[in-house]
Write a protein that binds this ligand. Structure first.
Ligand code: ATP
Ligand code: MG
Length: 457
């Protein structure tokens, strides 16, 4: 008999419900992960008790999704979602059920779930309930729909992207019929909300197998949710730097980057500006002039369309913009680059460059890697020596200059910019008295006035 170790608190919730005469099980992703020997992210509980009955049994609860039967039971600081067995009513627009109805049958609840590996329930008393051979599919490494794939994808089109996401997380393959159904029905993904697509896309990207994005492309999913990627797959690059299409390079670059959300999103989009900037040189090699700038703009459009938050959009856009930057290999050169890219993003920029280079053709790689390694060393040195490369680190502030008699305004900003520029070139100049003198001198001979209007750097 299969045994799973359930956390004490989950057992307590199940026990409380059972003592009151209800059925209760751990269900879905946590059972799947526990059977795979992975630490589940969270433990969901399914029960025959109605939401009211659940609330009556526990001291502190939150109405998380009460209309769908979900109540969060708080034990200490931890919350556990307890959801009443339910059947989803008729689906509208391939998106969500018009209504949900509660049921007293666990089997009915398991039937509404997406994949066999996600449709298992477990409790210490009831054991494993696996009505659709989820354990068999776990052993075989297969993502297979519960029931008829076409029906299930027609109910909720998001499941098609979820299938690829789980395949990427677990290193599984898609059941043949499930894959065939996706090919037929992927167009319906256009009706799914951007927020839901975003969640699944990010999980796919930060998974151990981001290369499964290729499956999403082959199946026709990206054509609907990320057509810009299809353009990359169709964009050959005849240059000594590359060995495949922009899309294939993108996939390699994803694999080379650590599974950080911002980093993987950047790798996904770093060359997205290439298809629109491609030109053929007279010798037949391709060029992609200004693709980073074009990519920055397009990346912004894509991320906004997928409803990413402002901070994510800002970071990824900036990293796309500077992904090809090569600072001069001097301390001042690297300080200038760190100033331009910013101290927050510079470490990520270095990782973007490494992943990008690792995904380029091996012939030119050693030289590029040597440059990058030198840049990293110089940057480490700059940090160690606490060299100034941001306004924040400058030994004088705007307030200091105001106190020294320079009026607030764009001119003052320009003077600060000039001071920073000087200090970036010569770190030993970052000294308060000296900078104040320099600022006054500049103000007096109007250097600030001529520089005002430019951003000073
Ligand atoms: P993760 O580890 O990413 O949280 P998970 O399997 O828990 O994986 P969730 O999205 O949290 O995935 O969903 C929890 C469970 O709810 C799933 O295991 C599945 O049984 C069910 N489920 C979630 N979304 C759907 C859906 N769109 N259609 C059918 N069942 C779903
Ligand atoms: Mg989950």
């Amino acid at each position: 008999m299969i045994r799973i170790r359930i956390p004490e608190k989950v057992n307590r919730i199940i026990g409380t419900l059972a003592a009151a005469g209800h059925e209760a099980y751990a269900v879905g992703g946590c059972v799947r992960d526990a059977l795979l020997g992975r630490e589940p992210a969270d433990w969901d509980i399914t029960t025959s008790a109605s939401p009211c009955e659940v609330k009556a049994l526990f001291g502190r609860t939150i109405d998380t999704g009460i209309q769908h039967g979900t109540v969060t039971v708080m034990l200490g600081r931890e919350g556990f979602e307890v959801t009443t067995y339910r059947v989803d009513g008729a689906y509208e627009d391939c998106r969500h059920p018009k209504e949900v109805t509660f049921t007293k049958s666990l089997l009915e609840d398991l039937k509404r779930r997406d994949f066999t590996i996600n449709a298992m329930a477990y409790s210490e008393d009831g054991g494993l309930v696996d009505a659709f051979d989820g354990t068999g599919d776990l052993e075989r490494g297969v993502i297979r729909c519960v029931g008829e794939a076409r029906e299930r994808f027609t109910e909720d089109a998001l499941r098609m992207l979820r299938a690829v996401r789980f395949a990427a997380q677990l290193g599984f393959s898609l059941d043949e019929d499930t894959g065939a159904a996706i090919r037929e029905l992927c167009g319906n993904l256009g009706k799914v909300s951007a927020e839901r697509i975003q969640t699944e896309l990010v999980k796919l990207l930060v998974s151990p197998h981001p290369e499964r994005l290729r499956d999403a492309w082959e199946l026709g999913i990206t054509a609907v949710v990320l057509p810009e990627f299809d353009a990359c797959m169709a964009c050959g690059q005849n240059t000594p730097h590359h060995m495949g299409s922009v899309g294939e390079h993108t996939i390699r670059a994803l694999q080379e980057a650590e599974p950080d959300r911002i980093l993987r999103l950047t790798m996904l989009l770093h060359d997205v500006g290439k298809p629109q900037t491609k030109t053929a040189g007279e010798d037949g090699t391709d060029h992609f002039y200004c693709h980073a700038e074009a990519g920055e703009e397009l990346a912004g459009k894509i991320l906004r369309r997928l409803k990413f938050d402002n901070d994510t959009v800002r970071q990824v856009k900036k990293l796309v913009r500077c992904h090809d930057d090569e600072p001069a290999l001097t301390p001042a050169g690297v300080r200038r680059a760190a100033n331009r890219i910013g101290e927050e993003l510079f470490p990520l920029y270095l990782k973007v460059r490494r992943a990008d280079i690792m995904a380029q053709s091996p012939e030119t790689r050693p030289e590029k890697l040597a440059r990058l390694t030198r840049t990293e060393e110089l940057y480490r040195q700059i940090l160690e020596e606490k060299n100034c490369f941001t306004l924040k680190q400058l030994a004088v502030t705007g307030r200091d200059l105001i106190e020294a008699g320079i009026p607030a305004g764009p001119e003052l900003g320009a003077i600060l910019g000039t001071l920073l520029e000087q200090v970036i070139e010569e770190p030993e100049k970052n000294e308060r008295v000296r900078l104040l003198d320099e600022a006054k001198k500049q103000y007096q001979n109007g250097a600030g006035r001529t520089a005002a209007g430019s951003d000073g750097l």
